[in-house]
Design a protein around this ligand. Structure first.
Ligand code: ZN
Length: 155
């Protein structure tokens, strides 16, 4: 299995992000089966406003504003890639890394459970979330590139 390292831009995006989440990302890049980049880390209020306006985010109470969240994308052939199957593989690496680092982790593929509290395959984790939301008559909001430190443990 090839080993990857974080590029300069990824490291720059990690500036200002909580050190526990940085540790998880730095461990994840060592064990991931596919290369990834940190697409976004901390955001300003203005950036978040633009994300909400575009529909990319649903809240002005984003964990990105406080340095408690990162967005990852797969990186293949020098291109950022956002397909769900690739993001699920990244989520597997992030979960393993978080458990090793003893850091609880919430994933935008399923907002209802902590990723580190389930050992189901990440494809199933996101599928369960979508099914539950649809059953409840609510629209699922899947944000699979997104990983955050949970508020309960990191207010
Ligand atoms: Zn995000």
């Amino acid at each position: 299995m090839p080993t990857y390292i974080l590029g300069t831009r990824s490291l720059k995006e990690l500036n200002g992000v909580h050190s526990d989440l940085v540790r998880v990302v730095k461990r994840a890049i060592q064990i991931t089966p596919i290369d990834f980049a940190v697409a976004d880390g901390i955001r300003t209020i203005e950036e978040q406003r633009a994300f909400v306006a575009s529909g990319a985010s649903h809240t002005m109470d984003s964990r990105h504003l406080t340095g408690h969240a990162v967005d990852l994308c797969a990186f293949i052939g020098n291109k950022g890639r956002w397909e769900m199957d690739l993001l699920c593989k990244l989520a597997e690496a992030m979960r393993t890394a978080a458990i090793e680092c003893n850091v609880p982790l919430r994933w935008g593929g399923n907002w209802d459970v902590l990723l580190t509290n389930t050992d189901a395959p990440t494809e199933d984790v996101v599928h369960d979330y979508i099914q539950k939301r649809i059953s409840a008559g609510r629209k699922p909001f899947v944000d699979a590139p997104h990983f955050e430190l949970p508020r309960a443990q990191y207010p």
